[in-house]
Ligand binder design. Sequence first.
Ligand SMILES: Cc1ncc(COP(=O)(O)O)c(C=O)c1O
Length: 446
Amino acid sequence: MTNNTSPQPGRITNSLDDFWMPFTANRQFKARPRLLESAEGMYFTATDGRKVLDGTAGLWCCNAGHGRREITEAVSRQIAKLDFAPTFQMGHPLPFELAERLAEIAPKGLNKVFFTNSGSESADTALKIALAYQRAIGQGTRTRLIGRELGYHGVGFGGISVGGMVNNRKAFSTLLPNVDHLPHTLDIQRNAFSRGLPEFGIEKADELEHLVTLHGAENIAAVIVEPMSGSAGVILPPVGYLKRLREITRKHGILLIFDEVITGFGRIGEAFAAQRWGVTPDIITCAKGLTNGAIPMGAVFVDEQIYQAFMQGPESNIEFFHGYTYSGHPVACAAALATLDIYQNDRLFQQAIELEGYWQEALLSLRDLPNVIDIRAIGLVGGVQLAPSAEGAGKRGFQVFEQCFQDNVMVRVTGDTIAMSPPLIVEKAQIDTLIATLGDAIHKAS
Ligand SMILES: Cc1ncc(COP(=O)(O)O)c(C=O)c1O
């Protein structure tokens, strides 16, 4: 591989120059690339032949592990049978079948499903549904959207406006108007090294009451939060926090949206975090684990009553002017149906619960290592937060990430937090390897 070959017409040079990589330090990567070539089960194989343990389910998406034959075969059969069919004023059977299957595992009442191609599109779709719903029920002054600091809802303009990760926002001054943010719930001083959900912080939900006092409930359409913030470094909801948010939103007629792009499909031991924590929002967004990461697809689950509010007026009217060319794409639907079968047949959501205790103790065994300032774990997701080095925020975290990869383990880094979310098929011995490798890397970075 080279990144400075001058290409001849018609000649493939294997140069790394032309792919502008997303969320990547391009120049650093191209100088020292980390390239994966194939994957099977819990392992990637890198282009240099090394087997690398996948500690992150790809990018929080390959919950059933890699190379699942059932998905590959379903996708191959489907692409040969019906490669594409429009879903605007036309249809084909698969998205209907998939929506019904999904409604079976969703929280009760959230039985209408709108298909997208990604988590970002799911977030923007959910925000648009919320605004259009309020208008449909005669509450057209409800135009304000509320997100949360450190939230991540993808990279569309809607998602970055309600999102709260500063680097994703600060270069783009034209964000949506009428947006507020709740405070984040990370509180290392009071909650460091909690087992399970942190004890302190329920009162952060009460900030919503302050926003209601400031703007008037009649101007607020929806609140969107990740039940557990993944991208900002595995930030767990304090005990009682989500329930409190639900109570306040319900009291004021504000819709509650859970972004379950990471927590959906078993990551924390149930199909959705809403079920694990016994709080049912009005809308849930998802993507990633929906197809085990094999084919891009997202979905938005909507409460029956919201859907019915749109089904008014002449039947010939299009009720919601929104959709994507690939909403309900046949090949993506086939991948999702095969994925749901695997989750069910292999009891993978229960697996996350059964391993939760082992996973948590394994992670907490790192607590006395140098520079470890917090460890957070739930289901099969975990975050190890390190103190920033004198060289600046994020440097130590990146060093640990690179070291792990050199030592054949893939973790994820966000700032100085190492995040892990192995496929739900992970075995105890692989958890041991993951944690031992991470521990060594933390030592080396001290
Ligand atoms: C909670 C959440 N929402 C939305 C997204 C965006 O998903 P995508 O990258 O598929 O657009 C992500 C991606 O990590 C996410 O974690």
